[in-house]
Design a protein around this ligand. Structure first.
Ligand SMILES: [Zn+2]
Length: 341
């Protein structure tokens, strides 16, 4: 009996391993046929022929899966044709970019192959920057096409904290107007920060060969090795995970106290604590939004029935001054590169 069992189990193991080999060969040949990077290269080589307006377009979910390997895509639902309203929002976004200072407008259209509107993108800001095959892509959640800018900035559904008291509220004011194209514009500026950071090698990217480089922007703020965690305000270890699922969230009280502590640091926003990439992207966003566009960035807390202005144009903080000088330095290089081309 024991022998019979042994023979049977050997047969089962052999069966499983040959099935695995078959599956592996099948996947391998599929990969050879439709390697996503090859498709990216095509997309990227063709994009320069497209007008910038044509490069802001919706992307079907089958393409999202194919190109981006479901990277960061969650709960995929069928993407129907955009409504008239959504198309008009995209046109207004295009017009808004037209008003950007030339250097940033040129940089965007020079480096970013496509800005795709997608369904079901999971991220706290509802947008995602992806670099594949030397091409830059920005993915924006379709929801943002109908979300007012302050509502987007204030939304907490996908942020890192939860309210523990019904009377507690956070209100973030980034725009006077309520048009939803401004939501997209705000998101796009932040994502452009990522493109600049990676392309100009201001921050380390996640490609191992670039680790251990010299990144002056982060002097005394973050280690250049992305595997080492950054320091937290007042050296406290607060496990803030943006992209947080419910179980990882901190309480609103912790979030509120941390926001207060930020006042004496060079962290521009709480989101900027996440990692080096977000630290730079938040600096760039605030610099563009407040200093270039002359708008405000304020956060009000409604706590125990009292309204408190806690964050007011964060880059005006004394501790941010040196870092802005470094930022301007990096952006000057950008200018120089463009002029010297
Ligand atoms: Zn970001």
């Amino acid at each position: 009996m024991k022998k019979l069992l042994l023979v049977l189990s050997l047969l089962i193991v052999a069966g499983i391993s040959s099935l695995a080999t078959l599956i592996f060969c099948f996947v391998e040949s599929e990969n050879k046929k439709t390697h996503p990077i090859e498709k990216f290269k095509n997309e990227f080589s063709e994009f320069k022929d497209l007008t910038p307006r044509d490069r802001i377009k919706p992307l079907s979910n089958s393409k999202v899966i194919e190109y981006f390997n479901r990277d960061s895509i969650n709960n995929i639902v069928p993407l129907e044709e955009l409504t008239k309203q959504e198309t008009s929002t995209l046109n207004k976004l295009y017009q808004a970019i037209e008003l950007w200072p030339l250097i940033y407008k040129d940089y965007l259209w020079d480096k970013v192959a496509r800005i795709y509107i997608v369904d079901g993108l999971f991220s706290s800001g509802m947008a995602r920057y992806i670099e594949k095959g030397n091409a830059h892509f920005i993915l924006i959640n379709r929801k943002l096409l109908s979300l007012k800018p302050n509502d987007w900035a204030t939304q907490t559904e996908e942020s890192c904290f939860y309210y523990n008291n019904l009377s507690d509220r956070l209100f973030v004011e980034i725009e006077q107007k309520t048009d939803s194209y401004l939501t997209l514009e705000n998101v796009l500026i932040h994502e452009l920060g990522h493109v600049i950071a990676i392309d100009e090698e201001i921050t380390p990217d996640y490609i191992p060969r670039k680790l251990g480089g010299n990144y002056p922007f982060f002097k005394d703020a973050f280690y250049s090795d992305i595997n080492k965690m950054h320091r937290k305000p007042n050296n406290k270890i607060i496990n803030l995970t943006y992209y947080a699922r419910q179980k990882d969230k901190v309480t609103f009280d912790d979030y509120y106290n941390l926001s207060k502590e930020l006042k004496n640091t060079d962290y521009p926003t709480i989101y900027g604590i996440s990692n080096q990439d977000e630290y730079f992207a938040e600096y760039f966003y605030l610099f563009f939004h407040c200093n270039i566009q002359g708008k405000n960035f304020r956060a009000y807390y409604h706590k125990n029935g009292l309204k408190e202005l806690l964050i007011d144009n964060p880059l005006t903080k004394e501790r941010c001054f040196d870092r802005i000088m470094l930022l301007i330095n990096e952006l000057h290089k950008l200018n120089y590169t463009q002029q010297s081309l």
